[in-house]
Design a protein around this ligand. Structure first.
Ligand code: GDG
Length: 508
């Protein structure tokens, strides 16, 4: 591993393809463009017999960055989904992870090795049990544990050290999401020559909530190591600027913060702050939806559930922010009050398994499954259940077939940075039909003018929006869907990445 083993705790697995590969690199090679995220774009799936298969990582980040990676040569730094052996707990010194196999992933990959214990503190602990609920309006109660903050700092430092090692002089580094908010500051200390961008994929909370965080100053200072900090919405950027004004003695204006430059040059440094709403690979979703296979599969899905008049659909990671309970409750009440007649509608909820080691997520699964079970018991009809619940992952083509099969898409989060599912539904509606019921508290609501907007806390409002969506005149739906489709066609993920990277490269 050459000079890399000199850094305790960092073990990098290089992508070592054949001589003709555009991704080939030597150990000493450095990169002009470095993507840094908690997860690599591929993930290890370990079978019971210990064999590992490499699959595409789930979630929006990989889909969001793939088009950019195809255009710009890059390296991706992150965790692989497998645990590093922990010599302290196993007593097994000298055991090393096998290198990542050649050719997995859309670009060269550098693995940050993390032990089970480190992931518990840094990811399941501080990132998922403190930052995630706090940044989503404290829907679940955030916990503030010092023993989880410490591994968060240590793991962020390890990422920063690794990036400092492989970034070329003056390289562009793009750091992603709440798990890595200290990386920009730690990286700037080591490498003031770099151009550092940070993008937050989840909401940034209002001042009153953020101030609960015992390490609030450290987080803000970490982020301010960036040259540009991006949020999904203007509201997120405003919240960040307000927090910065409140906590630090720095100048802010509408789209920047001016901080002291800690490099030898000294003076001041401008940190750009702005809204860069993420999107999807719209053309790819449309192309998939246009295939005969997907249209046939959509018809087959409808047939399998009894060809009801209305198919309603929810697609989410099983997460308490997504408001799966909101739409279930509304749907059940519509069955109860006779707004939906027996056999008239089927609600299909796809809930992709997520964060299954975290207690809040285990409880959520129990709660949702209790609600589904009860609703089926109370309102089930032999051979024609009004709800279909699928706690399993699907391929992208299968998901598009569900989108194509659904008359009404229900997206009802209590809070969501953007929500790509809403945009994917719109992109998949190639016949300009279908209705989108969308929570006001998603980033997507800022853009998708044409949806049936709901306040997820207003149960009657949600019920009414579902009634309106089911009863809407087809011409009204066509006008709404056409507007929304134009939006996602004109603002796809490529445009998102380009606008962020252009702003990052622009002279400050
Ligand atoms: C975070 C923020 C922000 C879901 N199930 C399957 C599957 N998915 C895909 C969807 C979509 C993605 O996962 C989920 O993206 P969302 O945006 O809806 O939600 P988060 O995962 O919470 O994403 C969010 C996003 O980051 C990007 O910045 O929009 O606000 O919370 O693409 O299609 N994909 C496949 N099988 C599944 O079963 N293939």
């Amino acid at each position: 591993m050459g000079n890399l083993t000199a850094h305790a705790g960092i073990s990098s697995v290089w992508f070592l393809p054949g001589p003709d590969s555009p991704y080939g690199r030597r150990m000493s090679q450095t990169y002009e463009f470095v993507v840094v995220a908690n997860r690599l774009p591929v993930a290890a799936e370990t079978a019971e017999d210990g064999t590992i298969t490499w699959v595409r990582s789930p979630g929006g980040l990989v889909s969001a960055l793939e088009p950019t990676l195809r255009r710009e040569p890059a390296v991706w730094v992150g965790w692989s989904g497998r645990y590093a052996p922990d010599p302290y707990s196993t007593g097994d010194l000298g055991v090393e992870l096998e290198p990542l196999p050649d050719g997995v992933g859309p670009c060269p990959l550098v693995e940050i090795e993390l032990t089970r214990e480190e992931m518990e503190g840094y990811y399941e602990g501080f990132s998922t049990s403190t930052l995630w609920p706090l940044y989503h309006d404290a829907i679940a109660t955030p916990v503030y544990h010092r023993h989880q903050w410490e591994p968060y700092v240590a793991v962020n430092r390890r990422f920063a050290e690794q990036v400092a090692e492989i970034a070329a002089h003056g390289a562009t580094v793009w750091v992603h999401d709440h798990q890595l908010q200290l990386v920009p500051g730690m990286l700037r200390e080591r490498r003031p020559d770099l151009r550092i961008g940070f993008f937050l994929h989840i909401p940034f909370p209002p001042v009153e909530l953020f101030l609960q965080l015992p390490w609030r100053k450290e987080i803000v200072q970490g982020l301010l190591g960036s040259d540009l900090i991006g949020f999904h919405t203007p509201g997120g950027a405003e919240n960040f600027l307000a927090v910065t004004r409140r906590l630090l003695d720095v100048e802010t204006d509408l789209d920047s913060v001016t901080v002291a430059d800690l490099s030898p040059a000294g003076g001041k440094r401008r940190v750009g702050v702005g809204a860069f709403p993420i999107s999807i690979a719209t053309g790819e979703y449309e192309a998939i939806a246009r295939t005969a296979e997907v249209q046939d599969e959509a018809a087959s899905i409808r047939a399998k559930i009894g060809n009801p008049k209305h198919v309603l659909l929810g697609v989410d990671r099983l997460d308490y922010t997504k408001g799966i309970d909101v739409r279930l409750k509304a749907y059940v009440e519509l069955l109860e009050d006779g707004s939906i007649q027996p056999g008239e509608a089927v609600f299909v909820q796809i809930a992709t398994p997520s964060r299954e080691n975290v207690e809040d997520y285990q409880k959520l699964r129990d709660d949702i499954e209790l609600m589904v079970g009860r609703a089926l018991g109370d309102h089930g009809v032999l051979g024609a259940p009004p709800i279909q619940y699928l706690h399993q992952p699907f391929t992208r083509e299968e998901l598009v077939a569900f989108y194509a099969a659904a008359d009404v898409m229900l997206v009802t989060p209590y809070r969501d940075g953007m929500n790509l599912v809403a945009k994917e539904y719109v992109a998949s509606r190639i016949h300009d039909d279908g209705a989108l019921v969308l929570s006001e508290f998603t980033g997507a609501a800022v853009e998708l003018d044409g949806s049936f907007l709901v306040n997820p806390y207003d149960a009657d409002g949600v019920k009414q929006a579902i009634r309106d969506a089911m009863a809407a005149d087809p011409e009204d739906l066509r006008r709404r869907m056409t507007r929304m489709r134009a939006q996602v066609e004109n603002h796809d993920v490529d445009a998102w990445a380009k606008s962020f990277l252009d702003a990052l490269e622009a002279p400050q």
